[in-house]
Design a protein around this ligand. Structure first.
Ligand SMILES: Cc1cc2nc3c(=O)[nH]c(=O)nc-3n(C[C@H](O)[C@H](O)[C@H](O)COP(=O)(O)OP(=O)(O)OC[C@H]3O[C@@H](n4cnc5c(N)ncnc54)[C@H](O)[C@@H]3O)c2cc1C
Ligand SMILES: NC(=O)c1ccc[n+]([C@@H]2O[C@H](COP(=O)([O-])OP(=O)(O)OC[C@H]3O[C@@H](n4cnc5c(N)ncnc54)[C@H](OP(=O)(O)O)[C@@H]3O)[C@@H](O)[C@H]2O)c1
Length: 459
């Protein structure tokens, strides 16, 4: 009998987790199916693979990346540490708890670089369309080889969608914005704070992007930052220069009017209004339809598409836990595809999904969110041989992080946490976060003496 074929779309942290899961089974001497991973970008790493481009890439594909210059991890690295590949193993020394993007990008690549994963990935290849044949029980995946400008198709027994869900902007309209004279963009296209130095900036939204872009722009020299919320303000004690106002009602020229009757003139507007789960390569009957939340409906165990479990979605939840959650999902997906995890009847699956949805309904606050996602990961781990880690302790760190942010939004990134994988206490970064304007890996990994020497030589 020929080997089963598995197609993975996307080589971000989720797709790479799937490759790693199969690699780990292979190392244990198991025979693994034939795997091909398709990645539309030139390199792996998904969101962490920074691009300066906005709009479309060199082959005319929508740009995937939503990250920007000066982006630092917004949660402790100890909360995303991979159970089978520690930060100590990668960097050979303790590093701080909140590394900048290039350092986390380096970490993501470390584990996978040690394997032959690259052999399985076809870069510059976009998944364009999918069909499923009920009779042959196979997916046909239509692909564009962007470099050769060639379209072809291949058949698979299982299809993994690991294309992320923080790439397609949700862009609301506000009356009068058509005539706003300054820059108007979505957070997806924001590439750094530099263009807003000495400017008055308006951010619409009150979640992670709004909070982070506000603080970054304040740090790098914006004149003022105003956040405009729809439901709730972020509500921390903002420094002078950052304020929150209720939702914008309309614009007149460069002036925004708010629900509380106030108004202010701005140089630029960034919509931090979230993202759409968007799968333009999937027909309606295979498409996950959900808003950003911790338990999207119609996914058994958060990954198996209810109407067709051979279609597997990774990383579609809103995220507290990230890399380690993707791993636990990928391990379970692997075991299903290798015949080691049995999927129950459609009715049983529905009951299980409903139980999780009912539990999610009871969640009242962010601490409850963390507990809910921790319970979900524990459930996944219970079925597989993914190396167990202290999920509750990680949950405690998330709760401390939430408190630290509330205590001081400008200094929470100076805090340190202890790894549950190695027991190592994180190092204090050589420079306080608010004073650290350089996010390069080179500077980040310097010790205090090297920084002092560098600063002396520059003085
Ligand atoms: C601005 C921002 C900051 C973030 N900061 C943090 C943070 O500090 N800490 C944290 O833990 N998480 C953070 N995240 C969450 C981040 O989404 C996850 O860490 C992680 O990148 C998700 O991995 P993924 O593989 O599921 O998706 P992605 O990283 O989005 O990767 C998806 C991959 O699929 C590819 N792809 C998409 N469509 C196609 C197609 N049709 N054909 C072929 N390939 C395709 C893309 O090119 C991409 O490489 C942040 C997200 C954003 C938007
Ligand atoms: N490393 C970092 O520092 C960093 C930086 C940025 C983002 N991120 C990550 O990126 C991911 C996405 O975060 P996100 O903040 O972009 O999305 P999000 O968490 O989904 O939040 C979307 C926000 O947009 C608001 N919104 C939606 N529609 C609106 C409308 N029509 N008018 C006004 N407001 C509207 C929502 O308000 P309501 O509350 O009213 O719904 C909410 O505040 C998260 O995982 C986050 O961790 C990380």
């Amino acid at each position: 009998m020929s080997k089963k074929r598995i197609g993975i779309i996307g080589a971000g942290p989720s797709g790479l987790a799937q490759l790693r899961a199969f690699e780990s089974a292979e190392k244990l001497g198991m025979e693994v199916p034939e795997i091909v991973c398709f990645e539309k970008q030139e390199n792996w790493g998904g969101m962490w693979n920074f691009t300066w481009r906005t709009g479309v890439g060199k082959y005319g594909e929508p740009i995937h990346g939503s990250m920007y210059k000066y982006l630092w991890s917004n949660g402790p690295k100890e909360c995303l540490e991979l159970s089978d590949y520690s930060f100590d193993e990668h960097f050979g020394k303790p590093i701080s708890s909140y590394p900048p993007r290039p350092v986390l990008f380096d970490y993501i690549q470390g584990r996978i670089n040690k394997s032959n994963a690259k052999d399985y990935i076809r870069f510059n290849t976009t998944a364009r369309w999918v069909t499923y044949d009920e009779e042959t029980k196979k997916f046909t995946l239509y692909l564009d080889d962007l470099k050769k400008n060639r379209t072809y198709s291949e058949e698979f027994d299982y299809l993994i969608v690991a294309t992320g869900h923080f790439s397609t902007p949700n862009m609301p309209y506000f009356e009068g914005i058509d005539d706003f004279p300054g820059a108007v963009m979505h957070a997806h296209d924001f590439r750094g704070a530099d263009q807003f130095i000495d400017k008055d900036l308006l951010l619409i939204g009150s979640s992670y992007s709004a909070e982070d872009i506000a603080v970054q722009c304040y740090k790098h020299g914006s004149k003022s930052v105003t956040l405009s919320y729809r439901s709730n303000p972020i509500g921390v004690d903002w420094p002078e220069g950052i304020e929150e106002r209720p939702l914008v009602t309309h614009f007149e020229g460069d002036t925004a009017y708010f629900k509380d009757g106030t108004s202010k003139r701005f140089d630029g507007v960034v919509m931090c209004t979230g993202y759409q789960h968007k799968f333009p390569f999937l027909p309606d009957y295979l498409r996950l339809k959900t808003k950003n939340n911790l338990y999207p409906d119609n996914l058994y165990k958060g990954i198996f598409f209810q109407d067709l479990p051979e279609l597997i979605y990774l990383g579609m939840q809103d995220q507290y836990y990230t890399f380690n959650m993707f791993d636990t999902q990928a391990w379970l997906a692997r075991d299903y595809m290798m015949g080691k995890f049995e999927i129950p009847s459609k009715e049983e699956r529905r009951k299980d999904i409903d139980k999780w949805l009912a539990d999610y309904d009871k969640v009242e606050d962010a601490n409850g969110d963390v507990d809910f996602q921790a319970a979900y990961i524990k459930d996944l781990i219970s079925y597989t041989d993914y190396p167990d880690f202290n999920i509750d302790k990680v949950g405690d760190m998330f709760k401390q992080w939430l408190k630290d942010k509330e205590d001081d939004i400008l200094t929470y990134r100076d805090k340190t946490f202890k790894s549950v994988i190695t027991g190592t206490m994180a190092a204090e970064h050589h420079t306080e976060w608010m004073d650290e304007l350089d996010d390069s890996k080179k500077r980040y990994l310097m010790d205090e003496e090297q920084v002092e020497a560098l600063e002396e030589s520059e003085a």
